[in-house]
Write a protein that binds this ligand. Structure first.
Ligand code: GLU
Length: 284
């Protein structure tokens, strides 16, 4: 059994991160498995070395340990590039030049009907989707979308997908239909021009590369997990067991955000709160 905590070094870790990290750590302990740390720093405009260092300091302070070296996504661009080449060569990707504004304008056109919001925002209306799959070499510095319909057709059993869910709210096999991905998720971006990959692609490739058997993450990523299961099928990778945990909220019921410095672990630490005190605060 192998699980991971995969923070992005774009701000201080707060109580919600402590909750997520400790859930993964405790699960690994309970199942005599291995807990890994992965630094998800593909967003170079927001990732900072000092936040990465703070992650190590905060997690060590909490009493967590992990094997070295830590996998850092910014070191893995060549691997993502290869995965993208493969999807491109199979005719499943296409370049997209739409801005957020273009997408918004297209979906507010009266003939578009009901607007559907997927895990990545509005379902892409298909403006740049080509009639025939593009041929020739893959444009490297471009936004690339997955042609969801073609992706489903490329699978031998495209009608339903499933994954094991062991989280707090349900322990069961979650099934979902391929057709649901077309209408509720749409042609997702799998490579961003500025990142040369995307969260969805990188996380799927890396969970497999690190032999992760149990993915623990917040319920806010439940819908995104369906995208990852699809990508696993497309890339011939195994589907881990998923454990979606509840989210730590502030007194107004709002989910904690990175900018929520008031609940940063380092702040509690400087105020003399102990790691046991943090566990108590988050009910673990
Ligand atoms: N790196 C992502 C985050 O900090 C998510 C990790 C995951 O996929 O579980 O939210």
């Amino acid at each position: 059994m192998r699980c991971r905590f995969a923070p992005s070094p774009t701000g201080p870790l707060h109580l919600g991160h402590a909750y997520s990290a400790i859930i993964a750590y405790d699960l690994a302990k309970e199942l005599s498995g291995t807990f890994l740390l992965r630094i998800e720093d593909i967003d170079r405009s927001r990732a900072r070395p000092e936040w990465e260092q703070q992650i190590y300091d905060d997690l060590h302070w909490l009493g967590l340990e992990w094997p070295l070296p830590v996998l850092r996504q910014s070191d893995r661009l060549a691997t993502y590039d290869k995965a993208l080449d493969d999807l491109w060569d199979r005719g499943l990707l296409y370049p997209c030049t739409c801005s957020r504004r273009d997408i918004q304008d297209a979906i507010s056109a009266p003939q578009e009907g009901i607007l559907s919001i997927g895990p990545d925002g509005p379902v892409y209306p298909g403006t740049c989707r080509p009639v025939h799959a593009p041929t020739g070499p893959r444009p490297k510095a471009a936004n690339l979308r997955l042609n969801m319909r073609l992706a489903l057709q490329a699978l031998s059993h495209p009608t339903t997908f499933e994954f094991e869910e062991t989280g707090a709210t349900h322990c069961e096999t979650i099934q979902f239909a391929g057709a649901e991905l077309v209408t509720e998720v749409g042609d997702i971006v799998v490579a961003r021009r500025d990142m040369l990959t995307s969260y969805h692609l990188a996380v799927t490739v890396d969970d497999s590369a690190q032999d992760i058997t149990h993915v623990t993450r917040g319920l806010d990523l439940f819908e995104a997990t369906k995208i990852h299961v699809l990508l696993q099928h497309l890339m011939g990778l195994p589907t881990p067991v998923y454990h979606h945990h509840s989210l730590i909220r502030d007194e107004n019921g709002k989910r904690l955000a990175k900018r929520d410095d008031a609940r940063a672990l380092s702040k509690y630490r400087s105020e003399g709160v102990t790691p046991a005190g943090i566990r108590e605060m988050i009910g673990l």
